[in-house]
Design a protein around this ligand. Sequence first.
Ligand code: CMX
Length: 441
Amino acid sequence: MSLKETLRSKIEDFRPRTQKLIKEFGKIKIDDVTIEQCIGGGRDIPSLVTDVSYLDPYEGVRFRGKTINETFEALPKAENSMYPTVEAFWYFLLTGDIPTDDEVEEVLHDFRARANVPYYVYDIIRALPVGTHPMVMLSSAVLSMQRDSKFCRFYNSGKFNKMDAWSYMYEDASDLVARLPEIAAFIYRFRYKNCDIITSNPELDLGANFAHMMGIEPPYDDVSRMYFIIHSDHESGNVSAHTTHLVASALSDAYFAYSAGLNGLAGPLHGLANQEVLRWIMAFEKKLNGEAPSKENVTKALWETLNAGQVIPGYGHAVLRKTDPRYLAQRDFCLKTPGLREDRLFKLVSMLYETVPAVLTEHGKTRNPWPNVDSQSGVIQAYYGVTEWDFYTVLFGVGRAIGCMANITWDRALGYPIERPKSVTTAMLEKWASEGGRKAS
Ligand code: CMX
C-alpha cells in the first residue's frame, strides 16, 4: 500500500473515535480556566487535539508516542548515516507506523516527483528589496505557491466535501514539505553566496539533497536530517503550529496556513530565538576581548543582559520544565563529532549550560531556567560555515513544516471545525473576581 492508501485506512479507522467523543461524551468537563490563564496566553488550557506529538513538561516531546531517541532508533536510517531520513519520519508522523525500507523508498520517489519548485517562486524572492529578512522570503515563497493549491482547486470545483478534503490537503502538504529544502537553499545561496545557486540532486534523500544545495559537505547531511526531525513538531499550542492549525481551520489551504505559521515562527520569543542566541554569544565573545570564558565572566554578562531588561535567548519555555531533549540531541551530536566538540563556540554554549540555570533561578522570574532547542542549534550551523544567523529561522521553518503539514492533514481528516475560542472583557473578569468566581447562569 502507498503512504496515501495507508493513511486513508488509518483515517477511516480513527474517525469513529472522534465522533464518539463528540456525540456521547461531548459535555464531559476536562478542565477549569483561571483569570491568570485567560490573560496569560491560555497556558495549560487543554483546547487543542493532536495525536502527532505530545509535550510532557519534564520528559519533553514524544512523536507518535516515541521520545526523540526512540524515534531515531526505530526509524530506518539514511545510507551510511546514524540518522533516519526525513522521508521515513514523514511516513511515521502521518501514520504512526515505522515504515519498511520499501515504504521509505516509495516516499523518496514521491518527494522527487513533487520537489519541482515553480519558477515564479524564485522570481518573487529575487524581486524582494535588498535587506529583506530571509523569513520574509520564505513566507512569501510559500504564499506564492497558493496559486497551484490542489485543495483550493477542489474547494472551487463544486464537488467539495468534508470527507475527502484531507486527500487534497495531503497533496498540498506533501508538495510543500518536498519543495521547502530547495527554496530554503535557494534563499541561502541567493542572499549570502552571490546568487551562486546549486541545482538539486534528485538521487539524494531530502536531508542530503539540502546539504548538497547548501554547498556543504557531510556530515552536514546528518545535521540537516537531525535538525529537521527534532524541529518538526512540539504539540499544537506553540505559535507556529497553532497559527497553521488556526488558519487551516477556516479551510484555507496549506500555503495560506503555513505562510502564516512561518510569520509566527519569525518572532524572537519563538523560532527567531536561535538567531538571537548566536547574536548574543558573538556579542559576548567580543566583550571578552580574547579572555577565555569562565563562570565568573559569563555570570557577569548574563546579569548585564537581565539587568538591561532583556531575556537570555535559548532559555526558558512555556511548557517545558527541564532541559529540552532537542537541546540534548544536538549537544549529543556535538559531543560525538570530532572538531565540533572542541569548537570554541560549543565550549561557550556548554559553559552557558553550566551557568544560566543558576542565574535565572536567582533572578527568580522564569518558571523554567533550563535551555530550549534554540540555544544549541546556531553553534552547529556556524561550525559548518552557516554563520549568517538571520538564516537560522528558515532552517527551523523547513523542519516545522513536517509537523504542521501532518497536523493539518489530520485536521481535515477528522473534520475539526473552524477555531473560535471565546473572549471576555476586563470588566467581566473584574466582576467574576469580586464574586469569587463566575457563577453559573
Ligand atoms: N530570560 C529572562 N527572563 C525570562 C526568560 C529568559 N530566558 N524566560 C522567561 N523569562 C521571564 C519572562 O519574560 C517573564 O517575565 P515577566 O513576568 O516580566 O513578563 C517571566 O520570566 C515568566 O515567564 P515564564 O512563565 O517562565 O515563560 P513564558 O511562558 O512567559 O515564556 C518563553 C516562554 C520561551 C517565551 C521565555 O522563556 C523566553 O522569552 N525565552 C527566551 C526566548 C527563547 O528562547 N525562545 C524560544 C522558545 C523555544 C521555542 O520557540 O520552541
